[in-house]
Design a protein around this ligand. Sequence first.
Ligand code: NAP
Ligand code: G4F
Length: 338
Amino acid sequence: MKKALITGITGQDGSYLAELLLEKGYQVFGLVRRKSSADYGNAEHLVGKVKFIYGDMTDSISLINAMKISQADEVYNLAAQSFVGTSWEQPLATADIDAIGVTNLLEAIRIIKPSARFYQASTSEMFGLVQEIPQRETTPFYPRSPYGVAKLYGHWITKNYRESYDMHASSGILFNHESERRGIEFVTRKITNSVAKISLGLQEKLELGNMDAKRDWGHAKDYVNAMWLMLQQEKADDYVVATGETHTVREFVELAFAEVGIEIEWQGKEENEIGINKLNGKTVVCINPDFYRPAEVELLLGSPEKAEKHLGWVRQVSFNELIKLMVKNDLELIRKRS
Ligand code: NAP
Ligand code: G4F
């Protein structure tokens, strides 16, 4: 039985990856942070199936301990302060977790079990002010947030340990991926949750920042499969995982409202732009500049060519299906609660 250790198991990707590895017959260990009340987040339903180990990316001893206990053959580093907006408010914590934390984990592997295969959760945020369209493995990086900068360190230290110590260490440069388990502060889930509430008469308006931003959005379930595929290759390498399509936040809003039968008409420009419900003339979307970022990533569009060709990775969920699933899920959750 293969053993895997997942950091960030309580998050969106960690929980889907744990399900995938359990299905494949792995023994799964998950690193969790100690909280004042027991909370396994998205991995709540995996209690009893996964062995949880307390630890923190900033505490190298706890990572050595997690490697000793798990003796993992595969280590997936998904733990991060993952919200770009917060990285301006907590730049040092973001660097400690997302940058130095990666070295802490690589060292724990090197000390305890250097033969273990390692996956690093790199990100399209490293492309930031994009130098090429679409972005590929060879596109130069230009991060635009403390998060992007910290992740770039994590990316390079992974490559460096591969080259310095011949470790099987790979990075997945994953573009935005969402799901029914996405954190509520990320724009897609914020939209689908608000759309559900507005359609049920529980909220008046959705307030957003930059609606012109373009993202390459896929479903998290498809993306965790790519992570696993990377660690099954004979040689470690870096791969872009993306859909090859890009859409604005505004398009996401329109399609999400369409799921509940609301057609949006846009009026005004920039900070004065509003989205009106065509049926009753009510304003349901407006701009709140508090959600603008000090530096923005305007356009992300990835090329999945290498992942498709070398890993045989295939995406199952389309952009429209993703929105449908997320709105449906939020409607069900809210109806259950009220
Ligand atoms: P997420 O839902 O925010 O999950 C983050 C996980 O990291 C949570 O389990 C969190 O635990 C854990 N964590 C945070 N700080 C930690 C620390 N100091 N020590 C140990 N664990 C810590 O993120 P996600 O969307 O699943 O993303 C997974 C990874 O992929 C992240 O590294 C993210 O940066 C990266 N990524 C995500 C995307 C995307 O579009 N989703 C794209 C590219 C890369 P708590 O529950 O205790 O907070
Ligand atoms: O959903 P977001 O917060 O995701 P962002 O910044 O693209 O980061 C996500 O994807 C990265 C991969 O590229 C991951 F590495 C990272 O961990 C995270 O998962 O924002 C998407 C876009 C941005 O341009 C933002 O300015 O939506 C824009 N936006 C407009 N209004 C908003 C809002 N974002 C948020 N969160 N909230 C708004 O009200």
